[in-house]
Write a protein that binds this ligand. Structure first.
Ligand code: SAM
Length: 249
């Protein structure tokens, strides 16, 4: 059974707190360690447990920092409403990340240049970025490809709004939709680009196979499709932390 990552993380935090709380209760030494030391030990144990459970790597610093930061915030007497404000701000940026398992992080110019080299040279085409974040990829390409029609679809409100404002300020002909890409028909696009997460790829591949027309291009940054050999693989950096994968449907 697959345990949802949010529940995993709760269990990791509790499991790491248990030995620390026991130690504090039993009080085996003469001297009493300071509270911040307990918080640091709990954070370290939580990070190790997260690693042992093979959670995605970004969870480790989150687990490490959670209790120490909570302890610091308590000491700083942060007004209670700031927690609510921070929660709402994070919600608007990350929205349903707990469901999609795709947080916001941005692709860069090197990736956009590599995508640019894959686009049709002269004939008209339609491009979409699935999970378009702040809109960087579509805006960059639209400025260079007058023969293309560009769109992005983004589920999180704040990134979507920022991409709309950027397109409006630049007078660009890029349309950004606020929607779940799963509700979209990919049949209307010649090039579909995604920079999501390993968790999203199997379902997205099924959607692309069911909807995209033969000969159209499906491009994924960093995350390949398990069991599907890409027709084109472009390493973007030394050590290839980022690689562009492309499939001709
Ligand atoms: C890793 S970021 C990539 C941003 C952008 N494509 C880029 O290259 O800079 C992934 C984005 O996909 C969005 N996302 C995740 N699942 C989605 C879904 N089902 N429908 C629409 N957007 C989604 C997230 O909110 C996040 O902003």
């Amino acid at each position: 059974m697959q345990v949802p990552v949010a529940l995993q993380s709760l269990l990791v935090q509790l499991a790491a707190a248990l030995p620390v709380a026991l130690f504090a209760a039993l009080h085996p030494f003469e001297i009493t360690p300071p509270l911040w030391l307990y918080a640091l030990v709990q954070g370290s144990v939580a990070a190790l447990l997260s690693r042992a459970w093979r959670q995605p790597p970004w969870w480790q610093p989150l687990h490490f920092g959670f209790l120490p930061l909570a302890w610091l915030a308590q000491g700083a007497e942060v007004p209670p409403w700031t927690y609510l404000a921070a929660f709402v701000a994070l919600l608007l940026v990350y929205w349903t990340t707990f469901r999609t398992r795709v947080p916001l992080y941005l692709s860069d110019r090197r990736a956009w240049q590599a995508i640019d080299a894959m686009l049709p040279a002269e004939r008209p085409f339609r491009f979409i970025d699935l999970g378009s974040g702040l809109g960087g990829a579509a805006l960059y390409l639209a400025a260079r490809r007058p023969n293309g029609e560009f769109a992005g679809v983004e589920v999180a409100p704040v990134p979507w709004l920022i991409s709309r404002v950027r397109a409006w300020l630049r007078g660009d002909r890029v349309s950004f939709l606020r929607r779940d890409y799963e509700a979209l028909d990919l049949g209307g696009f010649d090039v579909v680009f995604a920079f999501l997460s390993p968790a999203a790829m199997p379902r997205l591949w099924q959607q692309a196979q069911a909807q995209m027309r033969p000969g159209c291009l499906f491009v994924s940054l960093s995350f390949t499709v398990p069991g599907q050999r890409a027709h084109d693989v472009v390493p973007l950096a030394d050590g290839a932390r980022h690689t562009l994968y492309a499939w001709r449907m």
